[in-house]
Design a protein around this ligand. Structure first.
Ligand SMILES: Nc1ncnc2c1ncn2[C@@H]1O[C@H](COP(=O)(O)OP(=O)(O)OP(=O)(O)O)[C@@H](O)[C@H]1O
Ligand SMILES: [Mg+2]
Length: 259
């Protein structure tokens, strides 16, 4: 793929197969097998035939309704979820990718999770040690919480630590799924500032957000996901306006065929 690309997504489809039996016991499974019944499976096509090139240094905003496939797309770019069809090529070490808060261990303290996050993103022990205090400080949790187990955190506190880890690892490619929504007003402002810095450093950033102002203010391109498909791609303000119109009166772009 061309050097100037950070991510190339080719005809990507992701299908979840869900066992819809609510009582998943061994006994039930044996009973069904003895009667020759099949396990009832439901397929959810979360992403359908998506093709997209993301150049280095672009800040991409992803908008769309609940269940549109945004997080699924992010997880697959992060390498957590394999494509059912098509492929994703990432230019840069996969370890430099960070999805927010993925892999936090609830039994460990915030500080230990920062260290784990650093190891997961490929930093050396020394590099992490040098950064841990800075990251803990950026999260600015109330007194002593950074050394308490993460399971005792409020969701905003969890979000603060996760965001701090993600943005302070100086990744090549940063994936943020609803990252700015967890914190309170003051943290939001601080994280916005950090995002602007990262954007200015020409890093590639993907932001999924329902806060449409985040998309128009930070991103230089936006895509609208709808039922697993990319409905539209373009200037953030235009895409957000189209999306708002859709939310308001249900209007889809005229060139879109609902599949
Ligand atoms: N682990 C899973 N197993 C089965 N189905 C899933 C799973 N995760 C998501 N889905 C389904 O895939 C579709 C896309 O979900 P996804 O989480 O990607 O949407 P989203 O755009 O991130 O929505 P939201 O705005 O609510 O975060 C939905 O229909 C959802 O029910
Ligand atoms: Mg989501």
């Amino acid at each position: 793929m061309p050097d100037d690309l950070a991510i190339r997504i080719e005809d990507l489809s992701i299908t979840y197969k869900i066992n819809v039996d609510t009582k998943r016991t061994l006994k039930n499974a044996v009973m069904r097998a003895s009667k020759g019944e099949k396990v009832r499976m439901r397929k959810v096509e979360a992403v359908k035939h998506l093709t997209l090139d993301i150049p280095h240094g672009s800040v991409v905003g992803i908008v769309g309704a609940n269940g549109a496939g945004k997080s699924t797309l992010m997880r697959s770019i992060a390498g957590i979820l394999p494509p059912s069809e098509g492929r994703i090529i990432v230019n840069g070490k996969i370890s430099t990718l960070l999805a927010l808060g993925v892999g936090f261990n609830p039994a460990l303290s915030g500080r230990d999770n920062i260290i784990l996050g650093g190891l997961a993103s490929g930093l050396s022990r020394e590099e992490i040690e040098a950064k841990t205090d800075e990251i803990a400080e950026f999260a600015a949790l109330p007194d002593g919480f950074i050394d308490m187990p993460v399971r005792t955190y409020s969701s905003g506190m969890y979000g603060r630590v996760a965001f701090s880890v993600a943005v302070n690892m100086t990744p090549d490619i940063l994936l943020l799924d609803e990252a700015l929504s967890a914190g309170d007003a003051s943290f939001k402002e601080k994280s916005f500032g950090r995002m602007r810095e990262l954007c200015a450093e020409a890093r590639t950033i993907l932001i999924v957000s329902h806060a449409l102002a985040t998309v128009t203010e930070l991103c230089d391109v936006a895509i609208w996901m709808h039922k697993g498909q990319m409905l539209a791609k373009g200037k953030p303000q235009e895409i957000v306006d189209q999306y708002l119109k859709f939310l308001d009166v249900g209007a889809l772009p005229s060139n879109f065929e609902d599949m």
